[in-house]
Every structure is written in C-alpha cells, then in structure tokens.
Design a protein. Structure first.
Length: 268
C-alpha cells in the first residue's frame, strides 16, 4: 500500500510520530574513527550484475567498502562473485528472497518464513553466520499485512526483531544522528541520490550536509550503467564522481553493519 512507503522525494525530512526523528549535530564528546568528521555507508540493492561489473571496480580502486543488500532471486546467478566480494571486506546483507513490494496480502508469519528467515539462512550458508544482520526494505515499504499504518509498521518491526536484525535501512530522510540511530535502528534514514535524475549534485549536497552535522550518511544505489535509463539507475560517470567526492571528504566510509556496530560501542 502506498502509505506504508516513505517518499523518495524527501531528502532531509524525518517522519514525525513513527520513530523517524530528524538528525542533529553530533555531540562533541563522541568521535568517529581517526577523528574524522562524519561517517558514510554506500549501499547497493538487489544483487545486480551491473554492480559487480561497474560499481565494484571503482570501489576497489578507491579502497571503499560497501554494503550489498542481496536477493536470492538475483544473487544465485553469480554467487561466486558475491562470495568473493564478501571475502574482500564488503558486507552482504538481507533484501529478502524475492524482493516483494506489495505486502498487504502477507501475514507476518508467511512474510517472515518465506522472505526474511529463508534469506537469512541463504546468507548463513554462503557467507557465514557471524555477519552483522542488517536489512534493507524492498521498495522502501515499511508495512506488512492489513490495517492502519502503525499496525503494519509494528508488524514489520516485530518480524525483523524476532529474526535478529540489528539495523534496517529505509530509502528517505537526512543524515542519521548516531543517538537517533541507536534509539530506532530499524528505521535508518537513507537517500537515493539519482532516483529521479542522473546528476551528482544531490548526493554531494547530502554528503556535505552529513559532514556539517557530524552524522552518518547512507546512500542507496541500484543499477550502475554506462548511461542513465530511468528511475533508480546511476550512470557510471555520476557514480564515480560521487565516490571521488567521498574519498576526498574527511569521513569514514564503511559498510552499514560496521558503522552501526561502532555507534553501539561509542554512543551509548
């Protein structure tokens, strides 16, 4: 249902009353590794071939590690490549088995068993059970089953908590304040910088705001292609400009699970 999804158009807006509080300047007595000014996580959804072919080479060239949210429906075609990626220090995480977006027809039990737990088992089998258990909501939809928004959101949250997910990423909102992330780790803000157009400008503004706030920025990418074709795509040129900007900033760029683990250790 449409109202269970946070709008991609909201760059810095939180969602009041649903545990998605806005960000604020980080406290001066808390520090990021090496004393840098902020943290950034690069996330890639859906286990797409273009990520392996076009995004990973630039990540490796700049020595940036990212989080790849896999679906079994796509990952099995190049499983050996994803396994090699994980061995190289990138994070692989849960984006469900088949990437369902319309969740109104699911009961919590069916969604948990067929999509979340089965994917956790798949990841355990091929990538080890000692992973940070992180999750990305397919299509940015946050509700399962029928009922009011709060009821559907709470139902999804209970599934993730029951399955040991420690942090879950949405697709909207401004940079995360670490203490807000601790208070509501299953609704981490994230930004899709090229969802509606292929320009590095929105990402650069978001990253600069992340540094100004001393917070944690999370970027979301899907297809990384020679040319932008439509919603959700990123051209290789724009993607590489965004990565180059991150490499030049005074930030710690690390996978989502690693950053959240650090926040748990240092911001409690």
């Amino acid at each position: 249902m449409v109202d269970s999804r946070i709008s991609r158009r909201s760059l810095f807006a939180g969602v009041a009353g649903l545990g998605l509080a806005g960000s604020a300047t980080a406290q001066p007595d808390r520090v990021w590794p090496g004393g840098v000014r902020a943290a950034v996580s690069l996330t890639y959804d859906d286990a797409l071939n273009s990520q392996l072919d076009n995004a990973v080479p630039e990540l490796e060239r700049l020595d940036l590690k990212a989080t790849f949210f896999l679906t079994e429906a796509n990952a099995h075609w190049r499983l050996a490549d994803w396994e090699g990626l994980a061995r190289g220090g990138h994070e692989v995480a849960n984006h469900t088995m088949t990437h369902p977006c319309a969740l109104g027809g699911y009961s919590a039990a069916r969604f948990e068993q067929t999509e979340v737990l089965r994917m956790e088992g798949y990841l355990d089998s091929y990538f080890g059970a000692d992973r940070e258990r992180t999750f990305a909501y397919p299509c940015g939809y946050l509700g399962v089953g029928h009922g009011g928004r709060r009821e559907r959101f709470a139902r999804y949250r209970r599934v993730l908590e029951h399955d040991g997910v420690v942090a879950a990423r949405t697709t909207a909102g401004g940079p995360n304040h670490p203490q807000v992330a601790l208070a509501d780790p299953l609704h981490l803000h994230a930004f899709e910088p090229t969802y509606e157009g292929d320009s590095p400008g929105p990402a650069l503004r978001y990253l600069n705001e992340t540094v100004t706030q001393g917070g944690w920025g999370i970027l979301v990418f899907h297809e990384v292609l020679p040319k932008w074709r439509g919603d959700g795509d990123t051209s290789i040129g724009t993607h590489n400009k965004i990565l180059a900007h991150i490499a030049a900033l005074d930030v710690w760029c690390a996978p989502m699970g690693e950053v959240f683990s650090y926040i748990q250790s240092h911001w409690r």
